[in-house]
Design a protein around this ligand. Structure first.
Ligand code: AMP
Length: 420
């Protein structure tokens, strides 16, 4: 009989004990930060309609044109969600959240899927946390979103980051800008990388995103969008910068930071880290005043961010930041014989009611093996139970760290462990 050793798909990883504690600690920080900003969690399905993502994210994006995991069942077209904003916009429209009044303040944490070529910091299943302020037009909303995002990294101790900031203006300004970019790059087409050359007609703003070596000197002389902004956009951008200054959130204006999607408007930002290598974006976001309408809702201004958790973990590792250590049980019951094991099993609910973490051996191993296991699990105390101990109702309590033992009665266990 042949045996198959199954593995995860390429670019998808298991999160195992030892690593998961770090994730749980991060999630606690995200939930706590959201609480302080008074945002509420939203959980949307992992599968969405392909059409929603195609419309919401945009046909011309890499995500939609080549990175979606899709399948059909009957009449329905399913896609594993590649990002969180279009699903939130869908939920906002579907559940008429506008009728709840005011601005919707939503955040999410979860897995996302893109069929990218896996490399460090780039996976096919990855995780993001993000937040969206839906129904808010003013520059204060942009700045609250940026403050939310940056506060999480500051809380964790990832402080060597750069916040890049730009304005991509309104659609009319972008149209004029696109034309200017085409006029500028057309005569240089022969010197552009192939990817950029292909974008010349379809989406010339994406050329500015290019990381290709040969495009860099050509990009340097390109027109900047700042020169094409309307007076209103200019004012909005100035106000965002002014408010960031007031909050002492440092940023670099980067006129080449563009989000190549049509629904993006005004503010765009990205948080980068020098610890990430070539995939240096921790997260990013911006204003998307046209998306809700694009997916069938009423005109609704909105702004949000999304950040990658795997990349945050890479930054933590590079900086030697540990958010949590795996912790051992308070008590490990070392038992000899069936009756002792039963006694421990019956005792544990009470101890747990007092908040103590307890465990025991489940397979009748030797005392030596159980002590070894207690050590390996980093138990604070071992309670050793045999026939004699049961008869006398006196047990050996071993402080694992100090290697000290004392004799105590069954009813003393809780207090002794809680008080030390
Ligand atoms: P985006 O939705 O493309 O703006 O991505 C927001 C953030 O999610 C990025 O800055 C990354 O930190 C993270 N991210 C995006 N795609 C991936 C991926 N394939 N693997 C890991 N992280 C990703």
């Amino acid at each position: 009989m042949s045996k198959t050793a199954y593995t995860t798909h390429h670019g998808m990883t298991d999160l195992l004990p030892g690593e998961i504690e770090q994730w749980q600690a991060l999630e606690a920080i995200i939930h706590e930060t959201a609480r302080l900003f008074h945002f509420q969690e939203i959980r949307t399905p992992v599968l969405e309609q392909t059409e929603l993502i195609a419309r919401g994210v945009g046909q011309l994006t890499d995500i939609v044109s080549k990175e979606m995991f899709t399948f059909d069942r009957g009449e329905d077209h399913y896609v594993l969600r590649p990002e969180g904003t279009a699903p939130v916009a869908r939920a906002y429209v579907q559940h008429h959240l506008a009728q709840r009044g005011g601005t919707q303040r939503l955040y999410y944490i979860g897995p996302f899927f893109r069929a990218e070529r896996p490399q460090k910091g780039r996976q096919r299943q990855f995780h993001q946390f993000g937040a969206e302020l839906v129904g808010a037009r003013g520059s204060i909303a942009d700045v609250e979103i940026i403050a939310f995002m940056t506060r999480i990294y500051r809380q964790i101790g990832i402080t060597n980051t750069t916040l890049k900031l730009n304005s991509v203006g309104e659609p009319e300004s972008r149209e004029a800008y696109r034309k200017a970019l085409r006029d500028y790059f057309k005569p240089l087409a022969g010197q552009l990388s192939e990817v950029s050359r292909n974008r010349l007609d379809t989406n010339p703003m994406r050329i500015l995103d290019s990381k290709e070596e040969q495009d860099q000197p050509l990009k340097a002389g390109a027109p900047v969008i700042t020169d094409f902004l309307s007076a209103a956009s200019r004012k909005h951008f100035e106000s965002v910068r002014d408010l960031l200054d007031k909050l002492r959130i440092p940023y670099d204006v980067d006129p080449f930071l563009v989000r190549g999607l049509d629904y993006y408007t005004e503010t765009a930002f990205e948080l980068t880290s020098p610890d990430l290598g070539s995939q240096d974006a921790l997260g990013g976001g911006g204003r998307y005043d046209l998306l809700i309408e694009e997916v069938g809702g009423p005109p609704t201004p909105a702004v949000g961010f999304a950040c990658g958790i795997e990349r945050l973990m890479i930054a933590c590792e590079a900086l030697g930041l540990k958010l949590a250590d795996p912790s051992g049980p308070d008590i490990y019951f070392v038992t000899r014989g069936e009756e002792a094991a039963r006694w421990a099993l019956e005792k544990m609910p009470d101890l747990r009611n007092s908040g103590l973490v307890c465990t025991m051996d489940y397979s009748g191993r030797s005392l030596k093996a159980q002590m070894k296991d207690a050590n390996r699990q980093q138990a604070r105390f071992a309670v050793i139970i045999g026939e004699q101990e049961l008869n006398d109702n006196m047990f050996t309590l071993r402080d694992m760290e100090k290697s000290e033992e004392s004799l105590i009665s069954g009813s003393e266990i809780t207090e002794r462990v809680l008080s030390s």
